[in-house]
Design a protein around this ligand. Structure first.
Ligand code: PLP
Length: 396
């Protein structure tokens, strides 16, 4: 079996070739090793593999060749030393957060988190004696004030869901370093192509591969990336013994997704920028938030830390909930869904779906109103999408 890895490859090359383990049959496409376990040539070989004296696979909860290809390709893209692929994005987030923490530790997290991430921080962690403080992630002063002697971890998402606000990853990374804490960044909304948290000063990056990495609405997956030392000392044992492993079939699907990720993210971001500009001029629209626009509330940070806007647009309909619902129901190409990053354009009304469990105050604080909609741009022709949006706005 041969492995392929070019250190100086650009992302588009790495995403087609990096990490490929080609078998003796010379297959062009990555092989799918749909197996739970592996055979050993002898009892001595089994002993040597368990002792770690001989390389090779033992059990697919620990590692699997197809999953290994996906992890290596993600490392090449992210510029990370090591990675573990997980069964979902939430398995990646919870493993990344919990693997190094114990009772008595303190975590500071940005308040604007994906709903399930917020539940892990706000509800699950305190049950195990981990103290948590939620802050306004946009304010460096808020992060600094929240630091305690036992602060071990910082956690944020940027751009945030659904309002696409941006946190200063470099600034927050410096505060984490000063406090002896590790900064974990959920980079789903930026995608691995538009923002590189590890280069900016984060210590751990997590993805829901369910979103842009699969990109075609097929399977769940996730990945945690960091330096080898941290993974060896923290994630390695946690991952093996709690079992959030990615299935080989899903890893194979995600590998094929990575091949086309740059093409899709480029096209979807271009469409998002066009749609954001169109919406900004429309009389029925209040606010438009798009990280690629000059009027984005953190446009200066976007310019420093991102290489493109995003594949999503957030906007408010002036008419509130009834207008938003009329708009959604009048759409014919764009689908109503809580998902994002898909080849199909999808729209979400966060107040009544993804963010319905937040209190009214928490939603107001996060800038989510009754008229707020989040739009994830797909791969359809942007002219068709604009026509669909235009006719739905007439109905709104
Ligand atoms: C979807 C998502 C997750 C969770 O991923 P799953 O694959 O659904 O478990 C976590 N964080 C963000 C920002 C997400 O968009």
């Amino acid at each position: 079996m041969t492995s392929n890895f070019g250190k100086d490859w650009k992302p588009q090359t790495a995403l087609v070739h990096a990490g490929t383990l080609r078998s003796q049959f010379g297959e062009t496409s990555e092989a799918l090793y749909l197996t739970q376990g592996f055979l050993y040539d002898s009892a001595e070989a089994a002993e040597a593999r368990f002792k770690g004296e001989e390389p090779g696979f033992i059990y697919s909860r620990y590692a699997n060749p197809t999953v290994d290809m996906f992890e290596k390709r993600m490392c090449a893209l992210e510029g990370a030393e090591d990675a573990r692929a997980t069964a979902s994005g939430m398995a990646a987030v919870s493993a990344a957060l919990l693997c190094s923490l114990k009772a008595g530790d303190h975590v500071v997290a940005a308040r604007a988190l994906f709903g399930s991430c917020r539940w892990v921080v706000e509800t699950l962690m305190p049950r195990y004696g981990i103290e948590t403080t939620l802050v306004d992630g946009k304010s460096l002063a808020a992060w600094e004030e929240a630091i305690r002697p036992n602060t071990k971890l910082f956690f944020l998402e940027s751009p945030t869901n659904p309002t696409l606000e941006v946190c200063d990853i470099a600034g927050i990374g410096r505060l984490a370093d000063g406090a002896g804490a590790r900064l974990v960044v959920d980079n789903v909304f930026a995608t691995p192509l538009l923002q590189k948290p590890l280069e900016l000063g984060a210590h751990v990056v997590v993805y829901s591969a369910t979103k842009h990495i699969d990109g075609q609405g097929r399977c769940l997956g996730g990945v945690v990336l960091s330096d080898k030392e941290w993974i060896d000392q923290n994630l390695h044992d946690y991952f093996r013994h709690t079992g959030p492993s990615l299935s080989p079939f899903n890893a194979w699907t995600l590998l094929k997704g990575l091949e086309t990720l740059p093409l899709r993210v480029r096209q979807q971001s271009q469409s998002a920028a066009r749609v954001a500009d169109y919406l900004a001029e429309h009389p029925k629209i209040g606010r438009v938030i798009y990280p690629g626009r000059k009027d984005h509330p953190q446009a200066d940070i976007v310019a420093r830390q991102m290489t493109g806007g995003s594949t999503l647009v957030c906007f408010d309909l002036k008419g509130g909930k009834s207008s938003s619902f009329a708009f959604e129901n009048a759409l014919s190409i764009i689908g109503i869904s809580n998902n994002l990053g898909d080849a199909k354009s999808l729209v979400t009304h966060p107040t009544t779906t993804t963010h319905k469990n937040l209190t009214d105050e928490a939603r107001a604080e996060a800038g989510i109103g009754e008229g707020t909609l989040r739009l994830s741009l797909g791969l359809e022709d942007v002219e068709d999408l604009l026509k669909d949006i235009e006719q739905a706005l007439e109905a709104a």
